[in-house]
Every structure is written in structure tokens, then in C-alpha cells.
Design a protein. Structure first.
Length: 155
């Protein structure tokens, strides 16, 4: 089965949501992005953001977590239906990463993915390169994250 058999080009699929708690923001930041507006709610009030907000890398990591969980669920669903799910491999990269709005403590971000294109790789017979638009919207419907990713697949 091909990915394009499951999902139409340009159709956005919601893949999951995540609520960013103050504790999770501080925990992530303390390990990977220890800037004051990610680490200290009181001090963050005096910054450009005006409050404790998640690292952009944290919001990206939660997109990835949502995608992995979504794809695991899709593979299980397809297998239960007697279908062979498409095999997805690693990503050779992404581009055009945009952190459009801060993700504040208490925000719930709903993540999505849109299949933009799939093409066979001439240099690697049996392999396909999928191009995906990836995004996240807060609970008010405001976009907070956007990037384009590529994922290797197998025919």
C-alpha cells in the first residue's frame, strides 16, 4: 500500500494534541534551552513574551511525538483491517521552520500533517520521498508552528 492510497495530496490530518504545563516547559528548558523566558515564570513577565513560554524546540519535539504516536496507531489500524501499512523511514531533513507565536504555559497545541507530494527516488529504486507540511495551532485556532519535512518511504 502506498501513502497516497491512504491520504490525499493537500489534505490536512490532525495527529494529536499536547498541553504545555509550566512544569513540562521548565523541565525541557532546563535540559535543552535554558533561557529565562522558558525557565522562570516571574522573570518571564519582564521579557518580550510577557510570560512563561515553551521553547520552540519543545513545540517541535511534541509535534514529532504526536506524529510517531499517530503513525503507530495508523499502522495498527491498517493491520487490523488486513492491510499492509506503508513503510516510513527516517527524514533526510526539514526546511522553512517557523515559530509563529509563543506557546505559553497552559496552551494546548493541536498538531497536523499534510501530504504535499510523493515521488520515487531515481537513485534508490523502491524508495519514495514524501514531502509533508507540518503545523500546530493553539486552542484559539492561531498557528504557532509550521515547517516542511521530507520522509523516506518504501514502495
Amino acid at each position: 500500500m502506498k501513502l497516497t492510497d491512504l491520504y490525499a495530496i493537500d489534505e490536512r490530518i490532525e495527529i494529536g494534541s499536547h498541553t504545555f504545563t509550566p512544569q513540562s516547559i521548565i523541565h525541557f528548558a532546563s535540559r535543552f534551552d535554558p533561557q529565562i523566558f522558558h525557565m522562570d515564570a516571574e522573570a518571564a513577565k519582564e521579557t518580550l513574551f510577557g510570560g512563561l513560554c515553551a521553547s520552540g524546540w519543545h513545540s517541535c519535539a511534541m509535534w514529532m511525538r504526536s506524529f510517531v504516536d499517530f503513525w503507530k496507531s495508523e499502522r495498527s489500524r491498517l493491520t487490523a483491517e488486513g492491510q499492509t501499512p506503508p513503510e516510513l523511514g527516517p527524514s533526510p531533513g526539514f526546511k522553512a521552520l517557523q515559530w509563529l507565536r509563543p506557546v505559553f504555559a497552559g496552551d494546548t497545541i493541536t498538531y497536523g500533517v499534510t501530504l504535499l507530494a510523493s515521488r520515487p527516488l531515481a537513485s534508490r529504486p523502491g524508495r519514495v520521498l514524501h514531502t509533508l507540511a507540518c503545523d500546530g495551532f493553539n486552542q484559539h485556532g492561531v498557528p504557532v508552528l509550521r515547517f516542511e519535512s521530507t520522509v523516506l518511504g518504501f514502495e
